[in-house]
Design a protein around this ligand. Structure first.
Ligand code: FAD
Length: 456
C-alpha cells in the first residue's frame, strides 16, 4: 500500500495537539509545526506543547448538569489526549477540573513526542506551502503576525478579527416578558426580520440614571500590556460611552425612539435596552451595543438591574480582548474547511470558540475530519444534540448574522446549553440534566456507528 502523505498541523496548542493525536491514532502521519521556542507569543512562557496561558482550570466537571462538564465527558469517550492528561494531573478544586499546568503540558508533550506517526517540527509557518494538501491551522488567539496576514489575505481583512468585542448573551427563557416586549425600531422588518425582532427592556429616567451611575462605579478589568487599548469605532465599551456624559447612551445603544411598550403605549420609556436574536434556535439573545470591560460579577449585578432582566441567565458575559478569529459561519464548511481553499482546515480558538476545553474539542473534531479525508472516508458530523455538535454548529452555521449594520456579530463563545436544540417537555429545573442525558445517549450511538477507532 502506498504510504499516506502527512497531514500538516500548524500550532501545538490545545487544539493542534488534540488534532495531531486523533490523526495519529488513526494511523495517519502528522507534521506538527510549533514555533515556540524559536518565536513565542505574548502569553506563552515555555516551549511545551499545550501550554495553559492563564488559569489552570478546565471549569466544571459535572457531566450531568454543566455544558462544559458534558464536553469533558464526551471528549473522554472520544479518546481525547487533552482530557487524559488533565485527568492524570488534576488538582483538588471542588466541582471544577483544575490541573497541574506543568505536569499537564509535559504529559501532552511526551505523548506526542513518543507517537511514531507524529513529527514535531519547531518552526514558524509564515503561510501554508502550496504542496500541503491537508492542513489544520490551529494557531490560536495569538497567531503570529506573518501567518495572520497570510490568513487575512486568503479570507479578506474584514473576515479575520484581531479583537473580540463581546456583548453579554442572555438565555431567552430567563427574560421577563411581563416587562419586556418584542418590537423592531419603527417596526422595520429589514432583510430578514419580521418587524418584531428585538427584545426591548424599558427604563424610566430614574432607572436610567441609576444604571449609568452603576456603570461608572462598576469595577473594570484592565487590559494586558500586549493588548494595548483596542477601542475602535462602533465597539466602544458601554462604560466608556457612559463616561462621555449621562445622555450619551440614551442617544446610542439605549435610545428609546421608535419603540412603544404595548402594555403602556402612552408612556414613552426614557431609555431602552435592546436584545437581538443570536442563534438560529432562537434560544439566545445578545445585548445590543453592550460590549464591556466590567468584571463578570459586576456585569451580572448591574445588568440584572435592567427591568425585564432581573432573573437573566447569561450564556456569555461581555469582554474585549486581543484575539484572532475568523468569521467562521461565513467562511468555513461543515467540517471546518475554508470554503475558498478546502485544503485548509481550521481548529481551536481561531474558529471562534472560546476556552481551553472548547479549543481542544474543536481540535479533536478537526483531526477526525482531516483523517477521514486522508482515508477517503466520508466525514461524519457529531449529532447536534451533543456538546461537540452544538459547539460545531455555533462555529459553522448556528449563529445568525445581525440584520442591521454594526460591529460583526459572530464572536467567540464558550459551550453553553443555549447552543443545544431545545428539549420539549423537560421540567425547567431538570432541563440541564435532560440535555446532558440526551447528549451522552446520542453520542454513544453515534460513536458506536461512526468512529470505530475513537474509543481505543
Ligand atoms: C492572555 C490569554 C489568557 C487566556 N486565559 C484563558 C483561561 O484562563 N481559560 C481558558 O479556558 N482560556 C483562556 N484563554 C483562551 C485560550 O487561549 C484558548 O482557550 C486556548 O489556549 C486556545 O487554544 P488553541 O489551541 O486554539 O491556541 P493556543 O493554545 O494558543 O495554541 C496555538 C499555538 O500555535 C502556535 N503558533 C502561533 N502562530 C504560529 C505559527 N505561525 N507557526 C507555528 N506555530 C504557531 C503558538 O505558539 C501556540 O503554541 C486565554 C487566551 C489568552 C490570549
Amino acid at each position: 500500500m502506498q504510504a499516506l502523505r502527512p497531514v500538516h498541523v500548524v500550532g501545538g496548542g490545545l487544539a493542534g495537539c488534540e488534532a495531531a493525536w486523533q490523526l495519529a491514532r488513526r494511523g495517519i502521519p502528522v507534521a506538527l509545526h510549533e514555533m515556540r521556542p524559536l518565536r513565542s507569543t505574548a502569553a506563552h512562557k515555555t516551549h511545551k506543547l499545550a501550554e495553559l496561558v492563564c488559569s489552570n482550570s478546565f471549569r466544571s466537571d459535572d457531566a450531568e448538569g454543566s455544558a462544559v462538564g458534558l464536553l469533558h465527558e464526551e471528549m473522554r469517550r472520544l479518546g481525547s489526549l487533552v482530557m487524559r492528561a488533565a485527568d492524570v494531573h488534576k488538582l483538588p478544586a471542588g466541582g471544577a477540573l483544575a490541573v497541574d499546568r506543568e505536569g499537564f503540558a509535559a504529559a501532552i508533550t511526551a505523548a506526542l513526542e513518543a507517537e511514531p506517526h507524529i513529527d514535531i517540527r519547531r518552526e514558524e509557518i509564515l503561510a501554508p506551502p502550496e504542496d500541503w494538501d491537508n492542513v489544520i491551522i490551529a494557531t490560536g488567539p495569538l497567531t503570529s503576525p506573518a501567518l495572520a496576514d497570510a490568513i487575512a489575505a486568503l479570507t479578506g481583512e474584514a473576515a479575520l478579527a484581531f479583537f473580540d468585542a463581546i456583548a453579554p448573551i442572555v438565555h431567552r427563557d430567563s427574560i421577563d416578558f411581563g416587562i419586556a416586549w418584542f418590537q423592531s425600531r419603527y417596526d422595520k422588518a429589514g432583510p430578514a426580520g419580521s418587524g418584531a425582532d428585538y427584545v426591548n427592556c424599558p427604563l424610566t429616567r430614574v432607572q436610567y440614571e441609576a444604571f449609568v451611575d452603576a456603570l461608572l462605579a462598576g469595577e473594570k478589568i484592565a487590559f494586558h500590556d500586549f493588548e494595548g487599548t483596542p477601542y475602535f469605532d462602533g465597539c466602544l465599551p458601554i462604560e466608556v460611552m457612559a463616561e462621555r456624559g449621562c445622555e450619551t447612551l440614551r442617544h446610542g445603544p439605549m435610545k428609546p425612539f421608535g419603540l412603544t411598550d404595548p402594555r403602556s403605549p402612552e408612556t414613552k420609556p426614557y431609555a431602552v435596552v435592546q436584545l437581538r436574536q443570536d442563534n438560529k434556535l432562537g434560544t439566545l439573545f445578545n445585548m445590543v451595543g453592550f460590549q464591556t470591560k466590567l468584571k463578570h460579577g459586576e456585569q451580572v449585578r448591574i445588568f440584572r438591574a435592567i427591568p425585564g432582566l432581573e432573573r437573566a441567565e447569561f450564556a456569555r458575559l461581555g469582554g474585549l480582548h486581543r484575539n484572532t478569529f475568523l468569521n467562521s459561519p461565513k467562511l468555513l464548511d461543515a467540517t471546518l474547511r475554508l470554503k475558498a481553499m478546502p485544503r485548509l482546515r481550521f481548529a481551536g480558538q481561531i474558529t471562534g470558540c472560546e476556552g481551553y476545553v472548547e479549543s481542544a474539542a474543536i481540535g479533536l473534531l478537526a483531526g477526525c475530519f482531516a483523517a477521514a479525508e486522508r482515508l477517503k472516508e466520508p466525514p461524519r458530523l457529531p449529532p447536534s444534540t451533543t456538546a461537540h455538535g452544538a459547539l460545531l454548529g455555533h462555529i459553522t452555521g448556528g449563529h445568525i448574522e445581525t440584520i442591521d449594520a454594526g460591529p460583526r456579530s459572530f464572536q467567540p463563545m464558550n459551550v453553553n446549553f443555549g447552543l443545544f436544540p431545545p428539549l420539549g417537555g423537560a421540567a425547567r429545573d431538570r432541563k440541564k440534566q435532560a440535555l446532558c442525558a440526551r447528549a451522552l445517549t446520542e453520542l454513544d450511538s453515534w460513536l458506536a456507528a461512526a468512529i470505530p477507532h475513537a474509543a481505543e
